[in-house]
Ligand binder design. Structure first.
Ligand code: KG4
Ligand code: ZN
Length: 344
């Protein structure tokens, strides 16, 4: 088990930028220390359309990017001249949104004559549990669950990732949000659904658990159809809290079963949890219990690092810059991740 100190981290101030989807965020990090992390959310904008409209998201990033960067500098008490590198999410995500953060990052780095590095958004999420426990021993089995992603990953050490399983259709957060909408909650309804579930009976409505194959993949699109049928058949007799608890169990159980099994099969030294859905208390509790049974430590990303944020991008940038990596000015944005294909 290599201790973290063996990995060289870039030790000077980095400006990190995240704009891959619907949050504009800037952070100042130094090694694993987060000096500031400012997030301008577009949720109110996208609530009016019930989801993210890419063109509107990109325009909102343009408006928010400079004040957000200034806010991160002010909070950290760091001047532009104090920065020694800039990291920005350049994949995966909405191209228009990514471009706003990447252009800002390149312009600042070019002007200050310091390096910039493009970071894979998934890598930011995957390393975010280090902000909770910098000594979590490698290798980890890491479950990344958000509105856009559901990935089970073996992390041999920072920058070394092996995908174990993924969703074949909807992401776990998407499953929460779509079923929450069927119950009448506003977008994004995951949190409201899980709050309603607290006083509900998860055994009242039997909803299917889809387990594609013998491996570690996930599938949630069938659940949405089952909930639609449940809502239609129950009508006004539907007990919303019980439905919420039943839905939450149907999403959380497969996530927990596969994560624990993957960790056991690979004999990893720790279990980690990241992404927006990591805020779900039942998921956290079930994984913590399972890890304790297996005798391995468990760490989840701190709540402010679960949803999209620039601090996690800064942590990933500190590892990559520490390993000597730099991006060229020609480095562009990409809609897809390249974390698994050896090119990152
Ligand atoms: O990481 P994130 O910001 O998503 C992406 O940008 O991909 O996470 C947002 C997702 C949403 O789907 C939201 O409903 C879900 O995380 N979420 C939750 C909870 N809090 C946020 N899902 C279940 N339980 C929660 N407590
Ligand atoms: Zn994300």
């Amino acid at each position: 088990m290599p201790p973290l100190l063996e990995f060289k981290l870039f030790s000077e101030p980095i400006l990190a930028i995240e704009s891959s989807c619907d949050e504009t965020s800037a952070a100042i990090v130094q090694g694993l220390e987060i000096k500031s992390n400012v997030v301008a959310s577009q949720i109110d904008l996208h609530r009016t359309t019930g989801g993210v409209v890419p063109e509107r998201a990109a325009r909102a990033h343009v408006e928010a990017i400079l004040p957000t960067i200034e806010g991160a500098q002010n909070l950290a008490g760091v001047q532009l001249q104090d920065l020694r590198a800039v990291g920005a999410t350049n994949r995966p995500g909405l191209i228009g949104s990514l471009s706003v953060g990447v252009c800002a990052a390149k312009a600042i780095a070019f002007d200050l004559a310091i390096p910039w590095i493009g970071i894979d958004h998934l890598e930011g999420h995957l390393l975010s549990p280090l902000a909770h426990d910098p000594n979590l021993p490698f290798p980890w089995t890491c479950l990344l669950v958000s509105g856009g992603h559901t990935e089970l990953v073996e992390i041999a050490r920072p920058l070394r990732y092996r995908p174990l399983g993924q969703t074949l259709d909807d992401a776990a957060g998407e499953a929460f949000d779509k079923t929450a909408r069927l119950l009448g909650f506003d977008y994004p309804g995951g949190r409201a659904l899980s709050e309603a579930a607290e006083s509900g009976d998860p055994g009242r409505y039997r909803l299917p658990r889809y387990s594609p194959g013998q491996g570690y993949d996930f599938s949630f699109s069938g659940l949405k159809t089952a909930v639609l049928r449940l809502v239609e058949s129950e009508g006004s007799a539907l007990r919303v809290e019980d439905a919420a608890a039943s839905i939450e169990a149907a999403i959380v159980e497969p996530l927990v079963e596969r994560t624990l099994r993957a960790s056991e099969d690979a004999r990893t030294s720790a279990i980690a949890l990241a992404g927006g859905v990591a805020a779900n208390l039942r998921l956290r509790a079930a994984l913590a219990q399972g890890a304790a049974r297996m005798g391995v430590p468990f760490a989840a990303a701190p709540p402010e690092l679960c949803t999209d944020n620039a601090a996690m991008i800064g942590i990933a940038a500190a590892f990559r810059l520490g390993a000597g990596e730099r991006s060229g000015w020609e480095m562009d944005c990409s809609a897809t991740s390249s974390l698994w294909d050896g090119s990152s």
